[in-house]
Design a protein around this ligand. Structure first.
Ligand code: UT7
Length: 321
């Protein structure tokens, strides 16, 4: 008997307001040309005051539940990956639980910034395989617009808001489906390269995103190519057997360089950075949902997820859909 966490459903949610590079250039010293050339970003969604990490997360979760054919009462575990929780506490996962009307279950947040969804998937995978729950909601949800310094053009043009969700279900599989491997990493010595300059225990303020972009870029390409190599070795498969790679959507140049290192053609890469910008922990599940809904990712496909972010933290997962 092999119990695995299978992908039972996906969902996503974007704030109502979409902002183009040109609109941003009207209030920040930047240009559409610079943003597109350096990052591939064209649009981002920005949350209105009534749209929060928990409400967006709950909207994405409702879609994922519907796709899985499940009710909130079927869920035994809710994990929200976020660096922008509604409140310092309680966990946004408990707020999502309340918004869904889900009864008593396990609910907590994971903070690993842009790699948060990969960390949450790995934790959920372990908990499902060891019987802690039968069905889990794993959500990446962010309102990064709330922690951007809109005077800092080197960061504020890069991020957007949104949420993505998956339902993972523990199943006794015989057809090779499910999460086949996950790998996680962290190197805290680089914590001052991408961070928020505030927090409850230091300044008592929320703070703003600060980033040494060029350094992050350099580490991202190296770390992502290496962790992708690790998970593929774990499952005994070669990169040419990957049907789809769903990368963290920080910068098209990072995505292209990583795919090139693995020898993966661009047609097998799911790209949303142009439409969503970098939505941190939400970027991978948002892109995954898009590619499942438009029919690109199909039952039986071998899909690889990867992300890297502040900490540094990074990780990857291989699943058979
Ligand atoms: O999700 C977590 C992971 N995060 C990332 O992966 C982000 C990684 N880093 C990057 O994506 C890129 O490093 C950036 C997009 C942030 C920056 O691109 P770059 O090619 O590394 O540019 P740069 O930082 O070397 O800056 C080049 C120039 C500078 O001007 P000078 O010094 O050459 O005169 C900047 O001042 O571009 C200037 N610049 C801008 N110009 C117009 C920086 N930001 C902007 C802007 N608009 N928004």
């Amino acid at each position: 008997m092999t119990v695995r966490a299978i992908l039972a459903g996906t969902g996503s949610a974007l704030p109502r307001t979409r902002v183009s590079n040109a609109e941003l250039a009207a209030r920040v010293d930047t240009s559409d040309e610079w943003i597109v050339e350096r990052t591939g970003i064209r649009f981002r969604h920005i949350a209105e005051p009534d749209e929060t990490t928990a409400t967006l997360g709950a909207d994405a979760a409702r879609q994922a539940l519907a796709a899985a054919g499940l009710e909130p009462s079927d869920i035994g575990l809710i994990i929200v990956a976020t660096a922008t929780p509604d409140n310092t506490f309680p966990a946004s996962a408990t707020k999502v639980q309340a918004l869904l009307g889900a009864p008593d279950c396990i609910a907590f947040d994971v903070a690993a910034v842009c790699s948060g969804f990969l960390y949450a998937v790995s934790v959920a995978d372990s908990m499902l395989r060891t019987g802690a729950a039968k069905h889990a909601l794993v959500i990446g949800s962010e309102t990064f617009s709330r922690i951007l310094d809109w005077e800092d053009r080197t960061t504020c043009v890069l991020f957007g808001d949104g949420a993505g969700a998956v339902v993972l279900s523990a199943e006794d599989v015989e057809d090779g489906r499910g999460i086949l491997a996950t790998r996680l990493h962290a190197e805290g010595k680089y914590c001052d390269m991408l961070y928020v300059d505030g927090g409850p225990s230091t300044t008592g303020t929320v703070g703003h995103v600060r980033m040494q972009g060029r350094e992050v870029f350099r580490h991202a390409v190296t770390n992502l190519a290496s962790v992708l190599g690790e998970v593929m070795t774990d499952v005994g498969l070669s990169p040419d057997q990957i049907d789809w790679i769903v990368p963290h959507q920080a910068n098209k140049r990072i995505i292209d360089a990583t795919a090139k290192k693995l020898g993966l053609p661009p047609e097998r890469v799911v790209l949303t950075v142009d439409q969503h910008a970098n939505t941190s922990a939400a970027s991978v599940p948002l892109a995954l949902d898009l590619a499942v809904r438009d029919g690109r990712i199909k039952r039986g496909d071998l899909v690889v997820l990867e992300a890297m972010g502040g900490g540094f933290t990074w990780g990857a997962a291989v699943l058979r859909v």
